[in-house]
Design a binder for this molecule. Structure first.
Ligand code: 5AD
Ligand code: FES
Length: 356
């Protein structure tokens, strides 16, 4: 059914930048094409991955991020293993087949403890496990893989090394990319991506970000608009596309054309910029994954990487039901398998039998 992909004609590299300036009828045609490519390669299925933001403790000082170490205005928290397991056990009831464990970059939850948590989730639930906890040494990634880790998310944020350095006092672009390579070599499904419109970004950099995703052969790609956080050194700056917010969706549509088989989520930041609509539009312009917020309500206010994050007062169950309705209203079906990488499916690795 999904094997018609051999005939797919990817646009040329130069087209990426040209498409990022599409307007009017050309823009509508771009969205329609991205939607068609998504349907052809990923079907009408939308996979739900429940995200649990299990700790906001962070040792880093990324200039854009609301949970950076220097922000003293937030209450720091770390969920314990039993709290996380309680959330994990509920996810399958609302058709969420993957748990995404995300936190700040710190030792608040030790490497060993995280390994034990992965093992427990794999033993006690049918969930696929994705981790998103930043740069770590290769031996730690290897240990987590041995514990059963399925996937890892680590955005490169921008492909421009100088811009990266301006935003990240704690690591280089090269180190970040090396983490992705390590993960790939370990057989972990790799997700990365970038923010759209960090100050100083040009359409040429945005185009290079999209092409880097293709070069890295990512299994999952998450992108979303940069949003100014008032309690960071970037307060007072503006998104580079402040006057042209269509760019957030052009980027997504072009990303799909260049990465036809990647899992691309409709990320929460789009709903922060376009409340109640942003993620729906993403699903119609290239995205095929939705990540309901499954963080317990009492912690949500303290995990605002950017302001305007939706669902601060909702429970995980409410978000899941809302998301299911949103997906179904678009005429799409919820994925029932783990939604592993389609690339991995074509060249099976030791991750075992893969269902769609
Ligand atoms: N605006 C938009 N996205 C942000 N992220 C962090 N801070 C912001 C912000 N101010 C994104 C980064 C990170 C992901 C977890 O959240 O891309 O990788
Ligand atoms: Fe949380 Fe709609 S996604 S309430």
């Amino acid at each position: 059914m999904l094997n018609s992909t051999k005939s797919y004609q990817m646009p040329s590299d130069a087209d990426a930048l040209r498409l990022l300036s599409a307007q009017g009828p050309e823009l509508e045609a771009l969205y329609a094409r991205a939607d068609a490519v998504r349907r052809e390669h990923m079907s009408d299925t939308v996979f739900l991955r429940g995200i649990v933001e299990f700790s906001n403790v962070c040792a880093n000082d990324c200039c854009y991020c609301g949970i950076r170490a220097s922000n003293r205005k937030i209450r720091r928290y770390t969920m314990n293993e039993d709290e996380i397991l309680e959330v994990a056990r509920c996810l399958p009831e609302s058709q969420q087949t993957t748990i995404v464990l995300q936190s700040g970059e710190s030792e608040a939850f030790g490497d060993k403890e995280l390994g034990a948590l992965i093992q427990r989730i794999k033993r006690e639930t049918p969930l696929a496990v994705t981790l998103s906890v930043g740069n770590r040494p290769p031996e730690v990634y290897r240990y987590w893989r041995e514990c059963g880790l399925d996937r890892y998310l680590l955005r490169f944020e921008t492909s421009d090394a100088r811009l990266f350095a301006r935003l990240h006092p704690d690591c280089t672009l090269e180190e970040r990319l090396a983490c992705l390579t390590t993960m790939r070599d370990l057989g972990v499904q790799v997700g990365s991506g970038f923010m759209i419109g960090v100050p100083g970004e040009t359409p040429a950099v945005l185009s290079a970000n999209i092409l880097l995703c293709r070069k890295l052969q990512l299994d999952m790609i998450g992108i979303g608009p940069f949003i100014v956080h008032p309690d960071t050194p970037m307060a007072g700056e503006r998104n580079a596309y402040h006057d042209d917010p269509d760019m957030f969706f052009r980027a997504l549509a072009v990303l799909r054309l260049f990465n036809p088989k990647a899992h691309i989520p409709a990320t929460t930041a789009y709903d922060a910029v376009f409340p109640g609509e942003g993620r729906n539009w993403c699903l119609q312009r290239g995205a095929n994954v939705f990540m309901p917020n499954s963080t317990p309500a009492q912690y949500r206010a303290d995990y605002q990487l950017y302001p305007g994050k939706p669902c601060l007062n909702e429970t995980g169950e409410q978000c899941a039901q809302c998301v299911i309705m949103r997906v179904q209203a678009l005429g799409r079906t919820i994925g029932s398998g783990p939604g592993h990488s389609r690339r991995t499916q074509e060249a099976p690795s030791e991750t075992g039998a893969l269902t769609d």
